[in-house]
Structures are given as structure tokens and as C-alpha cells.
Design a protein. Structure first.
Length: 631
């Protein structure tokens, strides 16, 4: 275990203050240094992963509501920055501890240390933590966080188990990134994972006792694919979702996007003669290509009889019967918020810019990080902090007034699902429309205020929710947490493509709150990475409305090539016939030269463009693939 007071401090405190009637909050101090090590996570392939003090995986934490967490995070990499985000915590009054780089802090430079220091006053339930820098959590920089309530949980159980789901790649994110954000990948096809893992392994064994109620805290810490999760012949009763306790709801199957959490109760059988399969399955509609050798299912073992036979995988007739979180009701029955004071409507599009690379857009803007972290702009801008302009014209910045009811209407024009996450809040899921299908000519259906599902009286509340293809969601929350909060797709590939916006909530109150002022450590982190901790998005401290020099997105494709972009258009002749595999056969078909000509036409140097290794793109000649692994 890491250098930590985690283990002895609570018992010490209990001994010292056992006479007290008031529960005493503990402080959990961790010293974590990032690094690299080689680990064979899935039992098939050893690869470099990000370690914590030389170990892998990163620790799973358990604390109590009201406790303080202090993480001294030292960047032990020699060639890259880092950061740390505790996903789902509201960080009320401590926005600067939230973690996303260039939003609430500067990136931590190699050799530098940042202290994450906050109390967990407003949250209990199931959470997780992860790097908020360049896909590092996909290389392993993540762990789970359980926050126990001050009193007892609103349900009974005998034993508790944390189940961490994820997908796993054999290549490092660096390698995958170069191929992904690349002119040779004009459709923005996401890299295909090699495996599904569970608790950082495959084919896990879980020994159970008969006639026992288990609380499973299930967290998807992946960076891309949603998973179906079920246990053969065992129902699951959902009791918590993303830190929100809900009225009990029993199901045989869960659908968990990345970053979502579900706590379920499972009561074991009396009969110990048979063992059962624990199943994970890719949502394969999210994969652009399904390689022949990709196992869509992963099987783990629920063992009543340790010495008995391991179960075969458990098939299901249909994956349509998963629990729809839209119909869950929070236990504390918060009523549907009143009509919004402020509605933000955003349309999601994926398209190419002039460099031929595929980006993601909210309202034609792909999030482009500012030169000064947005929180630091908000704290240094004085009265101008209320003007969204100071946060840059390419950050999708919205300024929110204290305690207003905010509504986000999100129209997904893309043909894929996207799990959207809001920092600093849970939101009400007021509406989620069904998916629309391009294949039968339905096309995108934006939210229609005159024609939608009835809004629930007590809407589901959570911090990460998916939108269906070419469809819409409507979210509401109360702006009662001053801070700069990121709202983005939690698919790491899409965040990289810019699918993000910024909510600057009550900046004037932040400026006047003692606990929201930058610490010396925060300033030092900026100085050590060569960034300013004051100024507008362009780093200008004299005139906050002067944005000359700010970061902006790549130029648009020239007029007349607006649909899919020059490269995509040229490639699509082949792609249309052969599917995405054409990209990999392209080079083999002797048309490499015309690719280079296209790149020159775009004003770029072909030699400067990273080539995709054709052998690495997964080929797929088997048209029966979609039915694989499921009967
Ligand atoms: Cu988060
Ligand atoms: Cu997250
Ligand atoms: Cu997405
Ligand atoms: Cu985030």
C-alpha cells in the first residue's frame, strides 16, 4: 500500500474520541507519484501502464462523508504533464481542486507536486478518480472511491464489493492518439479495444456465500465503450446511481456507459451446487469496425462452490431488456425543477476541419483550450468575469447566475451514442428521446418543445448520462455551486476531438470567497509549467476584452467541400464500397500518391503527417461478425 495515514488514523481517532457523540471527520493523506511499469493486465499481453508509486493498479479508496482527502500528486513522468480529477464530487467552495487541466488548474509539470486538498461534505456513494490529462486514465491512472454516508445506508446488505469495469487496449494512448487524430482517419473512427476487463483483470473469480446479500458498487472506468453487465440467473436491485440513492428497481441487465456507477443488491441462492457466469458485453454499436478476433463478451465466475466447475458464458436472447435509467426515481424525490431561467441549446456534430482531421463540435465550435486556466481567468477578470468573451471565443463558455435553474438541451446530430458528464453537479434527466436511425431515413431529430416525452415528476439525477443517436436529451440543474465546471463527452476520444463546453457559475461570488482563492501551490504549478495564473483566455491581463493571440480551432474546409471534408470525400468512394477497411487497403491498392496529393492540396506537408500503419487497422472480412458471442 502507499505511504498513507489512511489505515491507522481512523482507528486512532475512534480511540481518542470514542466518548464523543459527534462523529469525528478523518483526514486521509496520500503521497502519489506517477510513473511507468510493465504489467500484464488481461493475462494475454504485457504493456506499459501508468503506475502509482511504482505499483499497479492504483488504490481503491474508501472514506466517510465529511472526511478530508489530501493527495500530494507528484508528476514522475519525464516527458508529459499530469492532473487528477475526483469524478462526481461537487467540490463546493473548492473548485480549484476539481482537476481538469486548463479549466481549474495548470497542468502539473514533470517533477512538480500539486496538493489536492478538500473535504467531501456534499457527497456519498460510489465515485472514482482519474487523470484529466490526455487520456492518461486509459493507460491506467485511475481508481475507485467509495464515500460512506455519515449515517447508515438506506438499504440492508451483508457484504460490499467494488466492481471496476473498463475496456483495455494493447497500445498506449500516445500511439492510438497519433492514428486517431490523423488525416488518414478522416471519419474519426475510434481505436478498437482488445478486451473488456474487470477489476484490472480478465475472467475474475468471485467466491460467494449462500443466502447472503451483496452490495456491488459497479463503476465503468473505461474511456470509450458502454458495457452490458449481467449475472446468470441472478437479478440485481439498483439502489444507487452516480452517488444518488434511488428507489429500488430490479433488473436482469445493466447498461453502463463510461464514468457511470450503479450500486446493486444481489441476494445469493441457498443452493451451492452450481456456479454462475458474470457477463460483460461491448455495446458493439459504438464500434466502427468489429475485428474478427474481438471477443464481444467477457466472462467472470461467481463461485458458490470454489472447487466446482467454472461456468460457461451465459447467453441472452436480447440485450434490449436492460434497465433504462430514465425511469429511476431518486430516493429523496427532488421535484422537477421549475421552468429554466436560462436554456443552453447545443448541437453535436462530428466533421473535418481543413487539416483533414475529424473533430467534434458543439454549435460549430470544437473546444480549444485557453492559454490561462478558465478558473484563473474568472478570478482575475474583475467585473469582466461576467462577460463570456474573456474566456475565449473557442471554448463554448457560458456564464451562469447564482441559483438560477439552468437547462441544457443537447441535440445529437451524430449517429453515435455519447455519455455526457457535468463536473460539480448532478443534473435532472428531464428528457431523453429514442434513437433515430439513418438507415431507414429518419435523420437527426432535435428536441421539440411542443412534442416530447412527458417530463417526470421526480426525474432521475446523476452526473453522467447518454444521449441516443441523432436524438436529444434535456438536463436541468440549479446553479448553486460557484465554480468553473466542464461539461463534456466522457469518451476520451471525443473529448480530444473537442466535444466540451464551459460553465462559469457565479464568478463574482467566487472572487469574494476566501476558500476559492488560488493557493501558492496552484500558482507555483502554473509557473513551473510556464503558464500565467491570471489574464483572459489569450493571457492578456491589461484588457480582458482583447483576445488577440488566443488559441483558436483549425480553419474550416473551403467552401464547396463542407459536407465531409476533402479527404473524407475522396476516401469515401472506397469507403462506401468496402467500409472503413478501405483505409487500410488504400495503401495496398497503389493509390498512396493521390492521398499525398490531397494532403498537399490542403496546404500540408505529407511527410509531416503521421502515417497509419495499415497492419494495425483491424480488418474485417467476416460479415457475420455482428452476431458473434451472442445467441
Ligand atoms: Cu467529473
Ligand atoms: Cu470523469
Ligand atoms: Cu462522445
Ligand atoms: Cu471531466
Amino acid at each position: 500500500m502507499k505511504v498513507s495515514t489512511h489505515h491507522f488514523l481512523p482507528s486512532l481517532l475512534v480511540a481518542l474520541w470514542s466518548w464523543a457523540t459527534v462523529a469525528q471527520a478523518a483526514t486521509h493523506t496520500f503521497n502519489w507519484t506517477t510513473g511507468w511499469g510493465n504489467y500484464n493486465v488481461d493475462g494475454n499481453f504485457e504493456r506499459p501502464v501508468i503506475t502509482c508509486n511504482g505499483e499497479f493498479p492504483w488504490p481503491d479508496l474508501k472514506v466517510k462523508r465529511g472526511d478530508r482527502i489530501q493527495v500530494y500528486l507528484t508528476n514522475g513522468f519525464d516527458d508529459r504533464n499530469t492532473s487528477l480529477h475526483f469524478h462526481g464530487l461537487s467540490q463546493n467552495g473548492t473548485n480549484m481542486m476539481d482537476g481538469p487541466e486548463m479549466i481549474t488548474q495548470c497542468p502539473i509539470a514533470p517533477g512538480d507536486t500539486m496538493l489536492y486538498n478538500f473535504t467531501i461534505d456534499d457527497n456519498d456513494g460510489t465515485y472514482w478518480y482519474h487523470s484529466h490529462t490526455g487520456g492518461q486514465y486509459q493507460d491506467g491512472m485511475k481508481g475507485t472511491l467509495v464515500v460512506e454516508p455519515e449515517d447508515s445506508l438506506p438499504f440492508d446488505y451483508d457484504e460490499e464489493v467494488v466492481v471496476q469495469l473498463a475496456e483495455w487496449y494493447y497500445d498506449n494512448v500516445d500511439t492510438l492518439d497519433r492514428k486517431f487524430m490523423n488525416v488518414y482517419n478522416p471519419t474519426g473512427a475510434e481505436p478498437i479495444p482488445q478486451n473488456l476487463i474487470i477489476n484490472n483483470t480478465r475472467n475474475m473469480t468471485w467466491n460467494v456465500e449462500p443466502d447472503t446479500t451483496y452490495l456491488l458498487r459497479i463503476v465503468n472506468t473505461g474511456g470509450f465503450v458502454s458495457q452490458y453487465f449481467w449475472i446468470e440467473d441472478h437479478d440485481m436491485t439498483v439502489v444507487e446511481v452516480d452517488g444518488v440513492y434511488v428507489e429500488k428497481n430490479t433488473t436482469s441487465m445493466l447498461y453502463i456507459t463510461v464514468a457511470q456507477r450503479y450500486s446493486v443488491l444481489i441476494h445469493t441462492k441457498n443452493d451451492t451446487s452450481k456456479n454462475y457466469a458474470i457477463m460483460q458485453k461491448f455495446d458493439d454499436t459504438m464500434l466502427d469496425v468489429i475485428p474478427n478476433d474481438l471477443m464481444l463478451n467477457a466472462t467472470s465466475y461467481m463461485m458458490y462452490d470454489k472447487d466446482g466447475e467454472k461456468p460457461e458464458q451465459s447467453y441472452v436472447d436480447s440485450i434490449d431488456d436492460f434497465l433504462d435509467d430514465f425511469y429511476l426515481t431518486p430516493l429523496d424525490k427532488v421535484e422537477l425543477y421549475e421552468d429554466p431561467d436560462y436554456t443552453i441549446t447545443v448541437d453535436v456534430v462530428m466533421d473535418n476541419l481543413k487539416n483533414g482531421v475529424n473533430y467534434a463540435f458543439f454549435n460549430n465550435l470544437t473546444f480549444t483550450a485557453p492559454k490561462v486556466p478558465t478558473l484563473m481567468t474568472a478570478l482575475s477578470a474583475g467585473k469582466d468575469a461576467l462577460n463570456p468573451l474573456v474566456y475565449g471565443t473557442n471554448t463554448n463558455a457560458f456564464v451562469l447566475k447564482k441559483d438560477e435553474i439552468i437547462e441544457i438541451v443537447l441535440n445529437n446530430n451524430d449517429t453515435g451514442k455519447h455519455p455526457f458528464h457535468l463536473h460539480g453537479h448532478i443534473f435532472q434527466l428531464v428528457d431523453r428521446e429514442r434513437g433515430y436511425d439513418d438507415a431507414i431515413g429518419e435523420g437527426p431529430h432535435p428536441f421539440d418543445p411542443e412534442d416530447h416525452n412527458p417530463f417526470p415528476d421526480y426525474p432521475m439525477m446523476r452526473d453522467t448520462v447518454y444521449v441516443n443517436p441523432q436524438s436529444s436529451i434535456v438536463l436541468r440543474f440549479k446553479a448553486d455551486n460557484p465554480g468553473v465546471w466542464f461539461f463534456h463527452c466522457h469518451i476520451e476520444w471525443h473529448l480530444k476531438q473537442g466535444l466540451a463546453l464551459l460553465l462559469i457559475e457565479a464568478p463574482e461570488e467566487m472572487q469574494n470567497t476566501e476558500s476559492q482563492q488560488l493557493t501558492d501551490n496552484h500558482k507555483q504549478v502554473c509557473e513551473n509549467v510556464g503558464l500565467s495564473w491570471e489574464g483572459n483566455a489569450a493571457g492578456n491581463t491589461n484588457d480582458f476584452l482583447d483576445l488577440v493571440g488566443q488559441n483558436v480551432q483549425v480553419a474550416n474546409i473551403p467552401d464547396g467541400f463542407t459536407a465531409k471534408g476533402i479527404v473524407a470525400m475522396t476516401f469515401s468512394c472506397l469507403a462506401g464500397v468496402l467500409g472503413l477497411i478501405s483505409l487500410s487497403t488504400y495503401g495496398l491498392m497503389g493509390v498512396k500518391k493521390s492521398e499525398e496529393e490531397i494532403i498537399r492540396d490542403l496546404g500540408m506537408d505529407p511527410d509531416a503527417v503521421e502515417k497509419v500503419d495499415v497492419s494495425d487497422i483491424n480488418s474485417d472480412e467476416d460479415s457475420s461478425r455482428t452476431s458473434k458471442n451472442i445467441e
